[in-house]
Ligand binder design. Sequence first.
Ligand code: GAL
Length: 422
Amino acid sequence: MNSFLSLLLFSSLFILTLSHNNGVARTPPMGWNSWNQFACNIDQDLLTDTIDQIVSSGLADAGYKFVNIDDCWSYKNGRDNKTNELIPDPVRFSRGIHSLSKYAHSKGVKLGIYGDVGFTTCAGYPGTLDHFQTDADTFARWEIDYLKLDFCDIPKKVQDEPWVYFGYMSEALNKTGRPIVFSICAWQPKEMYKWARKIGNSWRTTDDINVSWQSVLSIIDQNRELYPYAEPGSWNDPDMLEVGVVRDGRSLSQNQARTHFSLWTLLSAPLLLGNDLRKIRDPDQKWVFDILTNRDAIAVNQDPNGAQGRSLYQNIQGKIDRDGNCESKNCTRTEVWGRPLTRPTKQSYAAILFNRAGPNVDDEKFTQEKITIRWSSLGMPSDAKVRVKDIWSNKDLGVYQGSFTSEPVEKHNVVYIRLEQQ
Ligand code: GAL
């Protein structure tokens, strides 16, 4: 057996004994979260409109089922005097959170909420430390389906042993008897998997993403070695999507957004949209909608085998500095990523041929590049015959023996292919 397949087999056997098994998130969760576009500017009207839009636009049918409220939803000045429970902000969420979850459920979608394992959330709202069961019970009573628990304003004991405190919440959620996706947000690439996957359904692997190409690249690089730790019920979380987000006048280009989405689907990342869904049906947002609803890309992400894509090879030519700039006359920087699939057949794979180039797309030292993938790098026999489908153009490109070489790929763009061994 080749090394790629044996590693996958080994890692899945290993993880089966360790992963969190609360029965939910057997494929990466898909939905929307308020933070990337709106930060603290949230209220019940935004959430209600988003629930309406995620359903009427067709995004829910494409798989995006969670509508998740991030930081700043609660009453900032404290808990209920008598019950010690968290209170929704009396002005911005005057109808309460339960009314929102009832509304979401009546439309066939789910509601998520946010908390913090420390004294206060990152934006200074009451945290859950010492109130784990109270808050879990409140969320269950409100019929919440997803909890993101953050890591701000923590005492040293939580810093030293985060697994103990996230573990309290994991147990408290289990005790409620309600299936609630538990998303751990402790922003650490290293060693998180050793504890997080025993108690959570996903764990953030990095600092916050922002609307920039540099941020997307840095997160891709930090997730490069984490493929052994994902599996049904437990996912590395490279943070939420920036496709279509416009913040402080900044946004990703169409190629960059397509690349970001392609990698996140291949990496088995939770797919949480960050853009303003009230605008998703505007004509100038059609490209955003088309990226987010590509059926084949979503099928890769949701493949039941839960295998996280891995970097197969990188081709770096010329002298490239730490920031990715070319210091020679010309440079090439391409990458090939891949993963096995179980659909449409058991001999299926997905691969990304990525022209990473330099940080600036108009840098003429980098050019469009043809990129080759050899079937052996995915564990197939080196003379295998493989049918290649282009995921973004939705075209059948034919059957190729041994390898496939793309047409020139634009800078910051990918060719995303689905492969079926014949
Ligand atoms: C950060 C977290 C973000 C967002 C923010 C809210 O710690 O990584 O995704 O939740 O807090 O204040």
